[in-house]
Design a protein around this ligand. Structure first.
Ligand SMILES: [Zn+2]
Length: 344
């Protein structure tokens, strides 16, 4: 190849390249063209440069200088086009669709059991009760002995109670809070003690090994069964509606004497009998009774001077009959589809 031929090839490439570069309409096309022009393997410019070695030594300097100028011109033109195509791609790319519906944001809701606890606490707060709490890992004496359980009571059996050690249990009821409160504060006492309790039970549709309980306690001079009945009846009317009928049935608990369970008339059938009330017309709400003198004495109080009454209820059972929930286990599944129904 002569110098003239070499320079002619460079000029031809320099002349036609700008048109080809301007003709690319996408970044993909541009990439293909760049490789065709200045690619290291098969570029047209590279092919011309490979001929440089065949020129006589004294001509190479001039040829090289000219080739370099052409290469700079090609690269400048390519870069200008690349910037244009990049801007064009950004313009025509995916845009924000402002008409698209927003993603629903899930909001936490109050658990149906917590809802019952909150409402019960609020009603008793109006009556001057304060909240008292106690440990869930409890000394066996507070859980049983101080509450007048006889030493051979079946509740203390390993089959019913979860023992953490010889004298340590997971409390089986919130009643230990009664004794702890009476030891700490002199009467008059009006407390409500919500909290979790544990039984050695397997999950089935109506049992859970852990559940919430609400305990109430009143101790003062001259407290009678009439106070118990009036207060709990007031609670039932506030909670279930102003015309709610209640009835008290004799019952037995080691820590109260006399003891009574309170039923409210079924609000679903108005006492006619239905599936919710198991066709009895009544729904059992709570257990109650006059605090046993032995419990007052165990807490260090003079049972000749002071009397009191107490009650305990299971908010899960209340939530179940209120919402007609068929299986207690649903309450502990944490299934958002179930729980969010109570949020609106
Ligand atoms: Zn009913």
């Amino acid at each position: 190849m002569t110098l003239a031929e070499f320079l002619a090839k460079l000029s031809a490439l320099e002349g036609e390249a700008p048109g080809r570069i301007a003709g690319t309409s996408s970044l993909d096309e541009w990439t293909v063209l760049r490789n065709a022009l200045v690619g290291r393997q098969a570029g047209e410019f590279t092919a011309i440069m490979n001929e440089l070695g065949s020129l006589p030594k004294e001509e190479r300097r001039e040829a090289g200088a000219r080739a370099n100028a052409v290469k700079v011109a090609l690269e400048d033109a390519l870069e200008v086009r690349r910037a244009q195509l990049t801007a064009k791609a950004a313009e025509s790319g995916p845009k924000l669709d402002l008409t698209m519906p927003a993603r629903d944001r899930w909001q936490g809701t109050v658990h149906p059991v917590s809802m019952v606890i909150d409402e019960v606490v609020e009603i008793f707060r109006e009556l001057g009760f304060t909240i008292a709490l106690g440990p869930e890992a409890e000394h066996a004496w507070y859980n049983f002995g101080a509450l007048n359980f006889p030493a051979d009571h079946p509740a203390m059996d390993l089959h019913d109670t979860l023992y953490l050690g010889a004298d340590q249990v997971l409390r089986t009821h919130t009643s230990p809070v009664q004794v702890r409160t009476l030891q700490q504060y002199p009467p008059p006492v009006r407390i409500l003690a919500p909290g979790n309790v544990y039984r050695r039970d397997f999950f089935d549709p109506s049992h859970a090994p852990m559940f919430a309980q609400i305990e109430g306690l009143v101790v003062d001079e001259g407290i009678s069964f009439a106070d118990l009945k009036a207060t709990l009846s007031h609670f039932a009317r506030r909670y279930f509606g102003p015309h709610t009928k209640t009835r008290f049935r004799p019952s037995y608990f080691p820590f109260t004497e006399p003891s009574a369970e309170m039923d409210v008339q079924c609000g679903v059938c108005d006492g006619e009998g239905c599936a919710v009330c198991k066709h009895s017309g009544w729904i059992e709400i709570l257990g109650s009774g006059m605090v046993h003198p032995a419990v007052l004495e165990a807490a260090g109080l003079d049972s000749e001077k002071y009397t009191g009454w107490a009650f305990g209820m299971g908010p899960a059972r209340t939530a179940i009959s209120r919402h007609a929930i068929p299986d207690i286990r649903i309450l502990y599944d944490s299934d958002v589809r179930f729980l969010e129904q109570f949020g609106r």
